[in-house]
Design a protein around this ligand. Structure first.
Ligand code: NAD
Ligand code: AHE
Ligand code: ZN
Length: 375
């Protein structure tokens, strides 16, 4: 079949919206009509050329929602008409990682996913007979896409697809980092670095967990009101701090007779390795945990004095908020439908696929929280 897609033909270039060829689903796969897709910073990261796994040409996008239109042989968990969210972290429930119950990082199809192809090693997309790579196993910047059934979450059909697409990455990542990875307890102190599409969801996750002090840190002063909207209690703009930012934050988090200060939990949502170090060092001696969410490019490395870890701080990372997609994503959709989490105000811009490059511009200029492409 033919479908319209925004193709990244080369790193660093604007996306081009063209009609591509899409093969139907093979055994164990489903064809999805994408109705909406958010644009995440990770799409921009890969498009920039910094992603060591970046392949071109490719159809980017990994934060979508849509409707199943066709299922391949042997698919029993989904049927045409089901409302779904594609998962860049599948949940096969059979691989050693899924069975370990220690991680959400299902390994069933990770290697072919990283090579931009389906599990059988081939791509379903082509343009003028040239192969186009899949991206993160999702390629949601296409009006139709094909995924293995283990990478598809079936959700409440009453949920608006133009909003719940954000659960395909940003919402789940932010809220999940708090609830699954850090397991923040009521009364905790927390610092969130970077109040974009992910950081604001960390803030609403912290509010949900009952954190007492939620400090947001961002170099964009406009983010103060955004953070407050979702539960942030204090805002720090690093450019307005005289002296050392870490010392400033540690001082802010001193409570009662505690001489040391430092947050119980910190979260990096910037992808900047210098910020990641500050996030770790802003944690409380003895028990503070710092969660890395931001993604940094090839050649970037994190550093700190081992003393920071020797004295009990813990550095952790999280992918997709530690969520097991087929199990947890439908639940998060239900939380949204029940009003437990907010999504609508964070979707600041919508646009047709033809204007997708504007979504990247808005993100780079700090003007959007989430821009969503509507098909
Ligand atoms: P975004 O562009 O919407 O937000 C980034 C925010 O960080 C902006 O508000 C920006 O002003 C702020 N910022 C930049 N430099 C800063 C600094 N030095 N100090 C403080 N604030 C600073 O991006 P996003 O969509 O929220 O994504 C954030 C990061 O999370 C990206 O690196 C993205 O690739 C990554 N990400 C990771 C996962 C995962 O599963 N681990 C999932 C989604 C996104
Ligand atoms: N190819 C990239 C991977 C970057 C990365 O860590 N991605 C996250 C999701 S970001 C979503 O916006 C992830 O899920 N990681 C786990 C995995 O298996 O990739 C790079 O930098 O190499
Ligand atoms: Zn993402």
């Amino acid at each position: 079949m033919k479908t319209r897609a925004a193709v990244a033909f080369a790193a660093g270039q604007r996306l081009e919206v063209v009609e591509v060829d899409l093969e139907g689903p093979k055994a164990g796969e489903v064809l999805i009509e994408i109705k909406a897709s958010g644009v995440c910073h990770t799409d921009a990261y890969t498009l920039s050329g910094a992603d060591p796994e970046g392949l071109f040409p490719a159809i980017l996008g990994h934060e979508g929602a849509g409707v199943v239109r066709e299922v391949g042989a042997g698919v029993t968990s989904l049927k045409p008409g089901d409302h779904v969210i594609p998962l860049y972290t599948p949940e096969c429930r059979q691989c050693p990682s899924c069975l370990s119950r220690k991680t959400n990082l299902c390994t069933a199809i990770r290697s072919t996913q990283g090579q931009g192809v389906m599990p059988d090693g081939t791509s379903r997309f082509s343009y003028r007979s040239q192969k186009i790579h899949h991206y993160m196993g999702c390629s949601t910047f296409a009006n139709h896409t094909v995924l293995p059934d283990i990478a598809v979450a079936k959700v409440d059909p009453a949920a608006p697809l133009d909003k719940i697409c954000y659960i395909g990455c940003g919402v789940t990542t932010g809220v999940g980092a708090v609830l699954n990875t850090a397991q923040v307890e009521a009364g905790a102190t927390a610092i969130v670095f970077g109040l974009g599409g992910i950081g604001l969801n960390v803030i609403q996750g912290l509010r949900l967990a009952g954190a007492d002090m939620i400090i947001g840190v961002d170099i964009n002063p406009d983010k103060k009101s955004w953070g407050e909207r979702f539960g942030m209690t204090h805002f720090v703009n690093p450019t307005a701090v005289e002296g050392d930012l870490v010392a400033h934050l540690v001082n802010m988090t001193k409570r009662g007779a505690d001489q040391f200060g430092g947050a119980d939990y910190t979260f990096d949502c910037t992808g900047n390795v210098k910020v990641m170090r500050m996030a770790l060092e802003s944690c409380h001696r003895g028990w503070g945990q710092s969660i890395i969410i931001g993604v940094a490019g090839a050649g970037q490395e994190i550093a700190t004095r081992p003393f920071q870890l020797v004295t009990g701080r813990v550095w952790k990372g999280t992918a997709f908020g530690g969520a097991r997609g087929r199990t947890d994503v439908p639940r998060i959709v239900d939380w949204y439908m029940a009003g437990k989490i907010e999504i609508d105000p964070m979707i600041t811009h919508t646009m047709p696929l033809a204007e997708i490059n504007t979504a990247f511009d808005l993100m780079h200029h700090g003007q959007s929280i989430r821009a969503v492409v509507l098909f």
